[in-house]
Design a protein around this ligand. Structure first.
Ligand code: SF4
Length: 333
């Protein structure tokens, strides 16, 4: 089965699977994010890694989202090398307006044509319905476990984004099941599975992750009881299913690039309060203005201390990062 690497959890994985291909979240490639990329001016490490992977892989397909300049630039550079294997999905930055729905739906159709040209099959409504129900079950189960984002949650998250019943197992041992330790939130951009050991470190230093809202994480899972209920009752028409899929993604989209980004703050606020979070670890890449700019806004909006963690520094070596996290947790005790 041909693999289709996705660079955003807001891309419709079910739709790709319905075309007979394997959607695979780039965060879970074992080698992804293990080495700090060279610091190229203006290109964040995540977009740089996507570009490199796409340029070196002649077998897989790549879907880039369009939500930031860096990814669009990385797409342009990669498309110059492997034009027929790469697709730019225009993710609407407005929330779930009728226009955004129209755009998302049109992008799904364009993506479908791209997949068929690349050897995929035309999706049949029954198959799509089964896949949508499966994803709804997995997301629902993840959203129930999200309050204690321990190892089981992270492994299930890997399964959701790689389509593997036995997911890639990173060196993660954190249980995060106790409420002892300083309650912290991990918020931010793309977080490679290979970096999950950082969560062990937080635990070792006296912290406890009560909210895992990096990418992909709790922000990208939701309850979808409607799809589960209707799959057993209705005769699915392709049109309705596609519409529902597009609307589902848009309705739950909670991300930093949305304008206005009030949805992100509302979502975070509810969870930070109910889980008694005392500090925020903000995971971001150098040159990622979108997440970096949120540090001060998060401090002001929630009255919580924020520790920005640069992905590039963590990938390059943990010593400085360890010292900073230790000092941050100490200041909250
Ligand atoms: S980390 Fe920031 S700059 Fe990089 S791709 Fe994501 S949003 Fe864009």
């Amino acid at each position: 089965v041909r693999r289709v690497f996705l660079a955003s959890p807001w891309l419709p994985a079910e739709w790709i699977a319905a075309h007979g291909m394997q959607p695979y979240g780039i965060w879970f490639l074992p080698e992804f994010g293990t080495v700090a990329p060279p610091c190229g001016a203006g290109l964040c490490g995540f977009a740089h890694s996507m570009q490199q992977l796409a340029g070196n892989d002649r077998d897989s397909l790549f879907v880039f989202p369009s939500h930031c300049d860096q990814l669009r630039r990385a797409y342009d550079a990669a498309a110059a090398m492997i034009g027929s294997q790469i697709f730019l999905f225009n993710l609407p930055s407005a929330s779930d307006s009728p226009v955004a729905q129209k755009i998302y739906r049109a992008e799904m159709e364009r993506l479908g044509r791209f997949l068929i040209r690349a050897g995929g099959r035309t999706p049949d409504p029954e198959g799509l319905s089964v896949l949508m129900t499966h994803y709804a079950h997995v997301r629902g189960s993840l959203s129930e476990r999200a309050e204690r984002p321990g190892r089981e949650f992270l492994e299930c998250l890997t399964g959701l984004h790689t389509g593997r019943p036995v997911p890639y197992k990173p060196e993660i041992r954190t249980t995060q099941s106790s409420t002892c330790g300083v309650q912290l939130a991990m918020v931010g951009g793309p977080f490679p599975g290979s970096q999950w050991t950082l969560l062990n470190l937080v635990e070792d230093l006296g912290g406890s992750i009560a909210l895992y809202a990096a990418e992909p994480g709790e922000r990208n899972v939701w309850q979808d009881k409607e799809t589960i209920r209707d799959s057993s009752e209705n005769d699915p028409s392709a049109l309705n299913l596609e519409l529902r899929l597009a609307n589902n993604y848009l309705r739950h989209m909670t991300d930093v690039y949305q304008r206005p980004n009030t949805k992100l703050y509302k979502w975070l606020g509810e969870r930070l309060r109910s889980r008694n979070v005392r500090g925020i670890l903000l995971w971001h890449y150098a040159w990622c203005d979108l997440w970096r700019a949120e540090a001060q806004s998060l401090r002001e909006a929630f009255g919580l201390p924020v520790l920005p963690l640069e992905a590039d520094a963590a990938q390059g070596g943990m010593l400085r990062t360890t010292g900073r996290i230790e000092a941050f947790i100490e200041s909250l005790q």
